[in-house]
Design a protein. Sequence first.
Length: 88
Amino acid sequence: MDLSFILAVAEQAGEHAAGAAEHAEEEHKSEVPFFVAGAVFAVFAVLISVYGFKRPDFPETTSQARGVMTVGTMLMLAAVGSAVYVAL
């Protein structure tokens, strides 16, 4: 093997790595949606917990229970979905 061949291969590898780094920066997705969805979900969970401790009969009706579960499920899906979006 010749030194010029080794230098040429190293130069090509360096150019490839630089191109990959630029490509990775272009595809960086903002994590803000995940933080917002997670914070809203956490605040919802704390508020429901505090309200539930203060009023042991909460939720009073079946439709209220379904509403709370639906909102909680939607917030959870938003948080998990945004985490998956950022990760991919």
